[in-house]
Design a protein around this ligand. Structure first.
Ligand SMILES: O=C(O)CCC(=O)C(=O)O
Ligand SMILES: [Fe+2]
Length: 193
């Protein structure tokens, strides 16, 4: 697990650099903050469920990370098509890692990149295991929208927040009931900011 975690961290930094480069703010924009940031690994175990159509392994949510890298033992992950709200199954490809864009990059990019809403379904036959590696800034480091991506036509759309702010939100809200942290960060037209 140690070597796997180390390699994923390198991959996350490389992908984050490619994303910031694509935004025109340079490949090293987040390097220092990511290098001092956090990597959280979660092992999820979903036992076989006799009535999988009646339950979910994880409710719909987006991840509070820059990137999440996921390995799944069998199919079960679904992502939401943001245009029509339908759910699409992510196929299990042998040896493939699934990369999710998280809320941090939506905030940084002023909404040019969107975090992916996803959920975990259950199946009737076998236990499913997934290992998620979340890559984010440090606990008290605020992720802010890049000033370079803000102008009159593209006003700043998000408030800055830290992982600790997210944890406070989680302890006070139930994401199983549809509450979403990124929604609370959106700056509304008549907010004084
Ligand atoms: O088990 C999965 O496929 C999804 C896991 C996940 O979304 C998470 O741990 O945040
Ligand atoms: Fe997730």
């Amino acid at each position: 697990m140690g070597k796997y975690a180390v390699e994923l961290r390198k991959l996350a930094l490389e992908l984050t650099g490619a994303i910031t480069e694509s935004l025109g703010i340079g490949p090293a924009y987040l390097d220092n903050k990511m290098e001092e940031g956090m990597q959280v690994m979660a092992a999820n175990c979903y036992p076989a469920c006799p009535q999988p159509e009646l339950a979910l392994g994880l409710p719909p949510h987006s991840d509070y990370s820059c990137l999440t890298i996921l390995l799944q033992s069998s199919q079960g992950l679904e992502i939401m098509d943001a245009d029509d709200g339908t759910w699409l199954a992510v196929p299990k490809l042998e040896g493939a890692l699934e990369v999710h864009l998280g809320d941090h990059l939506q905030v940084l990019s002023n909404g040019l990149y969107k975090s992916v809403v996803h959920r975990a379904t259950l199946n009737g036959e076998r236990t499913r295991i997934s290992v998620a590696s979340f890559h984010s800034l440090g606990m008290d480091e605020k992720m802010e929208t890049a000033e370079e991506l803000v102008d009159e036509q593209h006003p700043k759309g998000y408030k800055a927040s830290s992982f600790r702010d997210f944890l406070k939100f989680l302890s006070a809200n139930n994401i199983g009931e549809g509450q979403s942290f990124i929604e609370t960060l959106k700056i509304k037209a008549n907010d004084v900011y």
